[in-house]
Ligand binder design. Structure first.
Ligand code: GLC
Length: 534
């Protein structure tokens, strides 16, 4: 801790809602903003502090809202601007915060900016996007690829040039070298900040700037045919370019004109590069994103040695004054219970909610939801449609929230846009609220303890180690009696390890609270112990 006053996003917990899948209020099988509003009491009872909603802006939905046709509106599928105003008010009335997803790297090809840009080479907005001539032989301007497969360039017949898109051809990349583009996006951010939203999660923040010389990316020697064509080249000139940090600081300056707003960045980079997105210290304060999302728990093998090393590495590279954060899942990644198993998912919950740093919980993880089974004819995600069968699809982690065991899962009264998960008979909010040892009960208790104890939400982390597959660490506030030890058996065998003296506050199995411990202790597979130390 720096001694400065702590801010809500440091002590709080972020909860991600994928709005298509949270709660349908009007019977079209797709979730919406009034649906989210009707579930706020659930979120208050869960104990989270901030809700981040994936995009709800007007969109042709080529990438389900990550193709924005108007940065300052609401798509009718999700409701109206008045619904959003109501939601902001309701969220704040309940003491929660609202974080919007903002997509600055690319717009929809139906955005008026792109329609203008595409209308002629002389149009004043031509330079708002990345237009290039083809090679002399008619080939693509360079070898830059699309994240969703195939070349990143699409030919425009009308104006006889190519435009670049990091994702779908329906998602042309904006030209962030152009000051008018920057000003227009910052104006859109202010539109929402003036309405009182508490921050932004910035989509693909590390991709905003591309090499102004459009040099070829370097070949990737590790790429094998059959893997996504995107990785056939390295993102040498299309990602993490130095000027991106200038833009992040500009965005932060926009937010800093308001009180207590937070800038979160979606950034998939190795830790040393990731933490540079905190920015540099200006007048004692870092000037970049307050939370460059740390996805390493998603990307690291579920193994105590590796996770202990990860915690050490992350804590070691954080610049002075930077507050850590941890993400366990999102709408682009397989669900944790599917990735590591239902037992280990309980240990994962304790890990996420007892580490030092702001945790982000993806909706449904608190129930132990699994990946949905999506048959080929049910596929919605363009990432799967473009490159079928190689594991690119994200529909499985986007299936509707399971509120109860009814046919529509409490999510909808009609046909849901993605099928409901098969486990909904046992994995759902209503059932788990009745079950004292459910995953939901575990999340609620962990969150309650995290909120209650300064050592857990604001304290330091020490003694991070692993032995025989058990990860251990302590959390404490210097000079205070408030000290905890966490032990997590991430192995596939029951283990006996030595713990410090104290008493059990919580186990992931939810038994034994209050029992004194100290010395050898037996831990079940996937079990976690939270011990308050003497
Ligand atoms: C981000 C989003 C992802 C989207 C992509 C393009 O990675 O999380 O869902 O498809 O950006 O906007």
């Amino acid at each position: 801790m720096t001694g400065q006053a702590r801010l809500w996003w440091q002590d709080g917990i972020v909860y991600q809602i994928y709005p298509r899948s949270y709660q349908d209020s009007n019977g079209d099988g797709i979730g919406d903003l009034p649906g989210i509003e009707s579930r706020l009491d659930y979120l208050v009872a869960l104990g989270v502090d901030a809700i981040w909603i994936s995009p709800f802006y007007p969109s042709p939905m080529a990438d389900f809202g990550y193709d924005v046709a108007d940065y300052i509106g609401v798509d009718p599928i999700f409701g109206t601007l008045a619904d959003l105003d109501k939601l902001i008010e309701a969220v704040h009335a309940k003491g929660l915060k609202l974080i919007l997803d903002f997509v600055p790297n690319h717009s929809s090809d139906q955005h008026s900016w792109f329609l203008e840009s595409r209308s002629s080479r002389e149009n004043p907005k031509r330079d708002w996007y990345l237009w290039r001539d083809g090679k002399a032989d008619g080939g693509y301007p360079n070898n830059w690829m699309s994240n969703f497969g195939g070349p990143g360039w699409t030919w425009d017949e009308g104006t006889q040039q190519f435009y670049y898109h990091s994702f779908l051809k329906e998602q042309p990349d904006l030209n962030w070298h152009n000051p008018e583009v920057r000003a227009a996006i910052y104006d859109s951010m202010r539109f929402w900040l003036d309405k009182g939203v508490d921050g932004f999660r910035m989509d693909v923040l590390w991709l905003l700037i591309k090499d102004p010389e459009f040099r070829d990316n370097l070949p990737n020697p590790e790429w094998r045919p059959g893997e996504s064509s995107f990785w056939s080249v390295l993102p040498t000139y299309t990602a993490d370019q130095p000027e991106t940090h200038v833009i992040v600081a500009e965005m932060r300056a926009v937010l800093d004109k308001y009180e207590q707003r937070v800038l979160i960045g979606e950034i998939y980079l190795p830790l040393p590069e990731l933490v540079r997105y905190y920015g540099v210290a200006e007048n004692g304060q870092l000037d970049g994103a307050q939370m460059p999302f740390n996805f390493r728990l998603i990307q690291t093998d579920w193994n105590a040695d590796k996770i202990a090393a990860l915690i050490h590495e992350y804590e070691g590279v954080l610049p002075p004054g930077a507050w850590p954060n941890w993400v366990m899942g999102n709408h682009d990644q397989p669900r944790i219970a599917t990735r590591i198993g239902v037992d280990q998912a309980r240990a994962a919950a304790m890990l996420l909610l007892t580490l030092r740093g702001t945790p982000t919980v993806y909706y449904g993880e608190e129930l132990g939801m699994l990946n949905g089974r999506i048959s080929p004819e049910q596929v919605q995600d363009p990432a799967e449609k473009n490159q079928p069968g190689i594991g690119m699809g994200r529909d499985p982690e986007r299936t509707p929230m399971l509120w109860d065991a009814s046919a529509g899962g409490g999510f909808t009264t009609e046909v849901p846009w993605l099928p409901l998960n098969a486990e909904r008979g046992t994995v759902n909010v209503a059932g788990e609220l009745e079950e004292p040892r459910s995953m939901l009960a575990l999340y609620r208790r962990l969150i309650e303890l995290r909120r209650m104890h300064p050592a857990l939400h604001a304290g330091e982390i020490h003694d991070v180690r692993s032995k025989r597959g058990v990860l251990a660490y302590t959390r404490s506030v210097p000079g205070s009696e408030n000290r905890f030890q966490v032990l997590l058996n991430l192995s596939h065998e029951v283990q006996t390890v030595t713990c410090d003296h104290g008493h059990i506050v919580l186990t992931t199995i939810m038994d034994g609270a209050g029992s004194p411990v100290g010395g050898p202790v037996v831990i079940e597979v996937g079990e976690g112990l939270l011990i308050q130390l003497n």
